[in-house]
Structure formats: C-alpha cells, structure tokens
Design a protein around this ligand. Structure first.
Ligand SMILES: *Cc1c(COP(=O)(O)O)cnc(C)c1O
Length: 435
C-alpha cells in the first residue's frame, strides 16, 4: 500500500514505451500497424514471446499507457481497454461462461446490462440469475450458486438506487465455489474504491463516465488481479493450448495461463474476443481518457462534496418524496458506505418527485444549469428521469424488481458551484407549481 492519500504518481506510472525519458503528455500513436524488425521478430510478436505491438485492433502504445495506468490505480496486474463499457462487460462474461453457463448477479444494475443479460446472452447459452440476496443478504447467496455458475457480477454501487455491494462477503462466497467476483466499478472509479482490495478478481469500467469525466467519448476497461486460480477445473478455456499462441516454427501450442501467467484473462480476451469481434478503443480516445484521469481525484472529491450539499437542500424540500443516497444515516446502505467509501459515496443519487407527472415534467423542463441527458460522472451536473430514459428498456416488472419508482429523478453531480446548482433546482421546483 502506498502512503499517499491517492497515489498521483501512479497516474504517471506507465510511460511511452518508445522514449527513454517520458513525454509530459502521452503521445498519440495514430497508427494502424507496426514495423516488424525482421521475420524472427514477427514470429515472436505473434506468439507473445517478444514484447511489442501487432495491430491497433489488438494493441496500441497510447492505449497501452491507459491500460497500465488503470491497472496501477486499481492494484491489478493488467488491464485491457475497449471501445465501450458494454464491450468490457460482454467480453468478460462471454469469456467466463464460454460455451454456456450461468452468471449470478443482482437486479440493481445499469439498464443496458440488465437488458443485454435478458435479451441477447441467452442466445449464446449464457443465463443470468438475478438475486436480490447478492446485495441485500450475501450470507444467503450460497443457495443461488448452481453447478454451472461461472461468476458473480455486481456493481460496487448500483444505478440509480445507490445499493452498495458488500464485496468482501460476496467474494468469500464466490471463492468458496471456485468462481471469480466481477465488479463493475464505473461510478466509484479507482479514486473512491479499489474492489481488488476487497476480493474482486476482475474489475470493469465504463470509462465513458467518471474515469474520463468530460462527456466526449465512449470507452471501457477490464482489470484483472493475476491471482485467480484459473486452473481449478472450471475454466478450461484459459488452460487449453491455443492455436493463436502457437510457435510459428515448431507449431507447438501454449495456453494463456502458460504464456502470460500474470494476465491470462485479459490477454485471452485481447487475442480472441477483441481480435475477432473487434471493439477496439482508438488511440485518440485513449489519449482523451488519459487526460481525464489526470484530474480524477479532484473531480471525484468535488462531486462527492457537491452531492452532500444538494442532498442537504433536498432533505428540506417539500416537493421531495424520498432520497436514495447512501451517504444518509437513514439509508440502509449507510454502514456499507462508510466501510467501502471512506472518502465519501459517489455524487450520483436519486430522489422521488412529490407531485403529478405534469408537475414533474414542468420541473425538468424548467431546469437550466443542470444538463438533461443520460450520462453520469461528468464534469457537468446531470439530471434525468431514469424510468423514462436510462431504464426505459426494462419492463414495468423489471423496473419494480430493480427498485426504480416511477417518480424517480437521478442526479449526477458535476463541478459547478453548489449554490448555483441549488438555486437552479429551487427555481425549477417553483416553476413546477405554476402548471
Ligand atoms: C454506462 C455504464 C455502462 C456501459 O458503458 P458504455 O461505455 O456506455 O458502453 C456499464 N456499467 C455502468 C455502471 C454504466 O454506468
């Protein structure tokens, strides 16, 4: 463990592999491919025996800097950057349950995840068990694990309800069954929480959100620990000799576990799913994300503080029916919040609008400073009516299971002056009463 409050040195950790002394701002390698030194080098690069770059769909020096920095920040052994958070989730779960299997998860997830889990993964023989016990009662979780369950997937803090996962307790159950715990840590980022410290084996990010923080790109990441026992018999896909890793002269094949023992999981995805299905992150978007990450600690801490102030205002507001914010002592997630988020819970929360649909629409339409759109963790403060937007793919039954009430309004705090944000809400509440 470093002695820093937040180790900024790690943000600068990985360097330009081509330079002897590091460029201050990461260079953008806007290139499709890379010259091989000679035929032997080409063979070695493809067999992963020589270090270096193959083709930008598979790896790229600018993207590599991003991967190394996020792995460092999270205390992982390696990372893989992809074109979106959904690609990171999909490639991870397709790999874990390859050929068919089950994933145990909670109903309190990003709408896009629940949607994909219900509507496309079953076509690949991958089925999801949505168990509220994952969040509400991890000690009861054993009974939801079946012989073909390949992983437990959770969000460290759920969307939009603020449900906090007791990662330590869930990891214990997962590990006692020989399966990994996969944590979508998008809302928290490595600044507020490092899931690996609490037993997570794979951490996923939509870097589109707070990691980058500027609402200007789509990106995803997968981080692994390098410690999960993939040879426990449940994951033959990481143990079998692979054609893609064959020695080009002898034809001898190696497995990912043999070839890259520190990073078998993300490397398998890099050379199979990313290579074949192709959701590659471009170097320019990796560069923008790197710039975003430089201000991660400042942005996230300001968002945490802004959220506290806006919650205090809403608590006294007569047009607010309820507030779901795990930083409140009355929240059922308050204790878990104190344990897992000592710097404060992320500045994303929801409240119930007290009034008619017309009044609530008038409220949203009167908002000026907050931006009305479906992102989170942005430098701008965002407001959205989730049941009609971010979670509108869900059926009314699924919305109910996810604890999303019809009057729910989600706020994601940005970096504006908190007084200005409160004044804007105040004038919009007033406008809602004039319809
Ligand atoms: C946005 C989001 C995703 C999907 O990420 P994209 O980058 O939009 O594909 C996954 N999980 C969570 C928690 C998210 O908020």
């Amino acid at each position: 463990m470093s002695h820093y409050h937040f180790d900024t040195l790690k943000i600068r950790a990985a360097y330009d592999p081509a330079l002897h002394n590091q460029a201050v701002s990461p260079p953008i390698y806007q290139t499709t491919a890379y010259e091989f030194k000679d035929t032997k080098n080409a063979d070695g690069l493809f067999a992963l025996t020589d270090p270096g770059f193959l083709y930008t769909r598979v790896n790229n020096p600018t993207v590599d800097i991003l991967e190394r920095r996020i792995a460092e920040l999270d205390g992982g052994s390696a990372a893989l950057a992809l074109a979106s958070g959904m690609a990171a989730i999909s490639y991870t779960l397709l790999t874990l349950a390859e050929g068919g299997g089950r994933i145990l998860t909670s109903p309190y997830l990003y709408g896009g995840s629940t949607d994909a889990f219900q509507r496309i993964f079953p076509n690949f023989g991958i089925h999801f068990d949505l168990s509220a016990a994952v969040i509400d009662n991890p000690s009861e979780l054993e009974k939801d694990i079946k012989p073909d369950t390949k992983a437990i997937f959770v969000e460290s803090i759920g969307n939009p309800t603020g449900a906090i996962a007791d990662l330590e307790a869930i990891a214990e159950v997962a590990h006692s069954h020989g399966i990994p715990l996969v944590v979508d840590n998008t809302f928290a980022t490595p600044y507020l929480l490092n899931p690996i410290q609490y037993g997570a084996d794979i951490v996923i990010y939509s870097a589109t959100k707070a990691l980058n923080g500027h609402g200007n790109l789509i990106a995803g990441l997968i981080v692994e620990t390098g410690k999960f026992p993939w040879d426990n018999g449940k994951f033959p896909q990481l143990q079998k000799p692979e054609y893609v890793l064959r020695d080009r002269s002898t034809g001898e094949k190696r497995s990912f576990l043999e070839a890259v023992p520190q990073a078998p999981f993300v490397t398998r995805i890099r050379l199979t799913y990313l290579n074949y299905f192709g959701a590659a992150l471009g170097p320019f978007d990796a560069y923008l994300t790197l710039i975003g990450v430089e201000t991660l600690s400042e942005r996230l801490q300001k968002q945490v503080e802004n959220a506290k102030k806006v919650v205090a205002y809403l608590q006294k507001n007569e047009h607010v029916a309820w507030i779901q914010y795990s930083g409140l002592e009355s929240s059922k997630y308050y204790q878990l919040g104190r344990k897992y988020f000592p710097k404060g819970v992320p500045g994303i929360f929801s409240f119930g609008f007290k009034g008619t649909i017309e009044e609530s629409e008038a409220f949203l339409n009167a908002i000026k400073l907050w931006s009305y759109h479906v992102n989170v963790g942005d430098a701008r403060s965002l407001i959205v009516n989730s049941p009609k937007t971010t979670h509108s793919e869900l059926t009314p039954e699924e919305q109910k299971q996810a604890a999303i009430e019809s009057n729910l309004i989600r706020l994601s705090l940005g970096l504006e002056d908190p007084q200005d944000l409160i004044a804007d809400l105040d004038q919009a509440f007033a406008a809602s009463q004039r319809v």
